[in-house]
Design a protein around this ligand. Structure first.
Ligand SMILES: Cc1cc2nc3c(=O)[nH]c(=O)nc-3n(C[C@H](O)[C@H](O)[C@H](O)COP(=O)(O)O)c2cc1C
Length: 193
């Protein structure tokens, strides 16, 4: 009798294990690849974006301004420079060069930018307002000269409170391994939601 009970218990345990495994597999099959959108004026954020796209197998999409930022435009010591003027005006919406990527196919969208005056550059607002991002998981990432990402994410959350923002990550000098660990956390969390 004892042996029968033990055998039954073993068979049930194997069944549960198989179920758990199947669940894991089906998650992996249905988990969609992310879209990795970024704006980069001088190439640093672009590098981080490429790493995320490589690791996730996601689609890379560069936000290109209709009018490229020159070195003069980026001079933060000049209060009249284009970037200073834009960042001083919360309503500024620099135009995009290209029309939209098709965001509909993606559940997770990484959005990368350089920190400008502790915020996301205004062209990020242009991008957000030009696409239907409702229901997407939005994952900010940034590079900076030292400032953190949290104020920029706070501002984005405040401006677009109907969208689903994750806390995001500053990727200054992050090793590929560190990016991989973070991205894998983000994607795993997403696949269990
Ligand atoms: C207009 C402007 C404002 C900036 N403001 C900040 C800032 O507030 N804090 C900071 O740490 N770095 C600041 N930076 C530095 C950039 O965030 C940093 O160099 C970033 O890595 C550049 O990324 P990119 O090469 O992708 O454009 C600023 C740079 C520019 C051009």
């Amino acid at each position: 009798m004892n042996r029968i009970i033990l055998t039954l218990a073993a068979v049930m345990a194997m069944g549960f294990a198989a179920c758990a495994q199947n669940r894991g597999e089906s998650n992996m099959q249905t988990e969609s690849k992310p879209l990795v959108v970024y704006f980069s004026a001088t190439g640093t954020t672009a590098k981080a974006a490429r790493t995320i796209a490589e690791i996730t197998g996601g689609t890379l999409y560069e936000i290109v301004p209709q009018q490229v930022y020159t070195a003069d435009d980026l001079d933060w010591n000049d209060r009249q420079s284009r970037s200073s003027v834009e960042m001083n005006n919360p309503q500024a919406r620099p135009a995009l060069k290209y029309t939209k990527p098709d965001v509909a196919a993606y559940n997770v969208i990484f959005i990368g930018y350089p920190i400008w005056w502790d915020q996301a550059p205004r062209i990020i607002n242009t991008f957000i307002e030009s696409h239907d991002l409702k229901g997407k998981t939005l994952v900010p990432f940034a590079t900076s000269g030292g400032s953190g990402i949290s104020n920029s994410v706070k501002e984005l959350r405040k401006a677009y409170s109907d969208l689903e923002w994750q806390d995001g990550r500053l990727l200054n000098g992050s090793s590929r391994n560190a990016v991989q660990n973070w991205v894998s956390d983000v994607m795993t969390k997403q696949s269990h939601e």
